[in-house]
Write a new protein. Sequence first.
Length: 255
Amino acid sequence: MMDGFEKPKKNGLNPITKVLLLVIFSILVLLIVNPFVMLVTVIVIWLLKIYFHAFGLISKGIFLFAVAIFMAQIFFNHSGELLYEVSMLRFTTGGVSSGLLIAGRFFCLVMMSWIFISTTTASDLSTALISAGFPYRFAFLPALSMRFVPTFQFEFATVKEAQMIRGLRLEGHLRGLIKTVRYTMFPMLFSAISRVNSLVSSMEGRGFGVHKNRTLLHPNPPSISDAIFIAICILLATMIFLIDQEMILELSDLL
């Protein structure tokens, strides 16, 4: 058999399994009400980010925005008992708890999605969906959206640098942020419309959607190991949820 048509080795989980795990643990994160459990969850997500090498400016922005959410709760939420006070900054139990929960939920949800995008290619996702029985017209949509994420990131950087070469100051303060949105939104919009039109013409020229079924070179259906791993993760998520609820009940009894 030719090298170009050899079946590649399967590495990691099936993309559908990753999607289900993302949904399961996203629901778990939304149900957590104990700040300590949320803090442990954030640390675990951060370690997973390092393990899967999900780095980049987006991950840095996610972390900084989560810190901003936490500090906003510290500044404006003064409920509960006073823990520490420095000048106008008051640390209270309510502010710290709500800050950890809200910032933790934001960080975990966005970072888990970023890890999924970083570890899953668009072609693998569409292949897995088609192998599982999804119509290939619909299976192509999430793969197409994932494929255009790095493309539009590159387009944004190009447009921003072009505007800065023309003398526009787009860095620093709030006014620079407003200028960035103002002077990059319309070029990005026109670029997106142009790419969509080119993609539609290309797909129509190749007869996309003419046949109901599509033959895959390397099918990737979910396996028994994927089902076992999902079951284990559901049990783990259930245990974490029960521990979280039990800790809240014990804390309420102490209060």
